[in-house]
Design a protein around this ligand. Structure first.
Ligand code: TIH
Ligand code: FE2
Length: 303
């Protein structure tokens, strides 16, 4: 074999990313962490009936076909009671702790303590308001697939209910988190634009870029705060769905920093309870514009 000339370009290091062309090419079956198997520190670890129920509900997501209605799930009385507790307690804090976009959309969904809403009914409201839709998923989805879904205006949502022993906080997504935290925000067009930008950037992103986008998503969509007339309000779904975290974010115990997509974001922490650091936006307009600059650079592979 002839020797390569010194300084000649070596083999291309980066494996080619094949972007999905439609939602059909976004896999909803790669489930990470808790969803696959409950860890020992999960509140449902010692509850076999809970684990079996979770497996039953997971099957609905695995067998769902895109384009058909999300299958209806008849919730058990204990699950409905847990949902009722989360709704009652979070609702008391929303008027003072949630951002104005959330407060404007929330009444649209008519949430009631005595019944867990069905994903399909909420998806229809979102389709009408912003063109977004909900696709069922069995647990915490692989980050690339999850972010790719956002590019197709699709939000992957779990359907099971958190363990009844800890309604105020759960370490993983559950239906209370999706419906109270994400769904009302996805009825706001400006917010959707910001989230869509993250999704579009993920389509061609390499592994390193996917991790940065995942952290960006985490510190905005999941745990973001927004400034409103001198006070900070929650728009992050992880805060809005946890009455413990709603109180925590205003307690002065956590650090607050201004959000900028170009900064190095700290590692995400799933394991140690409430966040110790939150990022604050000035407005969704401003954040969508900043994200667009970032994502355009990423598409040109300049980051
Ligand atoms: N901690 C949130 C809750 O209790 O509702 C759920 C999660 C948000 C983000 C990751 S897990
Ligand atoms: Fe979430």
């Amino acid at each position: 074999l002839p020797k390569a000339a010194p300084g000649a370009p070596g083999p291309v290091q980066q494996t080619q990313v094949i972007a999905p062309l439609s939602l059909n090419q976004v896999d909803n079956s790669k489930i990470l962490g808790f969803g696959a198997d409950l860890a020992e520190d999960h509140p449902g670890f010692h509850d076999d009936a809970y684990k079996l129920r979770r497996m039953d509900i997971a099957r609905l997501a695995y067998t769902h076909q895109i384009g058909s209605a999300v299958p209806e799930l008849v919730y058990l009385p204990q699950e409905t009671a847990t949902w009722g507790t989360v709704l009652r307690e979070t609702s008391q804090l929303y008027p003072t702790h949630a951002c104005k976009e959330f407060l404007a959309s929330f009444p649209m969904f008519d949430f009631r303590e005595d019944s867990v809403p069905q994903l399909e009914a909420l998806s229809s409201i979102l389709r009408r308001e912003t063109g977004w839709q909900i696709r069922p998923v069995a647990g915490l989805l692989h980050p690339r697939d999850f972010l790719n879904g956002l590019a197709f205006n699709t939000f992957h949502s779990t359907q099971y209910v958190r363990h009844h022993s800890r309604p105020m906080y759960t370490p993983e997504p559950d239906v209370c988190h999706e419906l109270l935290g994400h769904v009302p925000m996805l009825a706001d067009p400006k917010y959707c634009e910001m989230v869509h930008n993250i999704g579009l950037a993920s389509l061609h992103a390499n592994e390193k870029q996917i991790w940065h986008l995942t952290k960006m998503y985490w510190y905005t969509v999941e745990f973001g705060l927004i400034r409103e007339q001198g006070r900070i309000c929650a728009f992050g779904a992880g805060i809005l769905s946890s009455f413990g975290e709603l109180e925590h974010m205003r307690s002065g115990q956590a650090e607050l920093r201004a959000f900028d997509p170009f900064i190095t974001l700290p590692k995400m922490d799933y394991k140690s309870g409430y966040q110790k650091l939150y990022y604050v936006l000035d407005s969704f307009d401003d954040a969508a514009a900043k994200l667009k600059v970032y994502c355009d650079k990423l598409k040109l592979n300049a980051i």
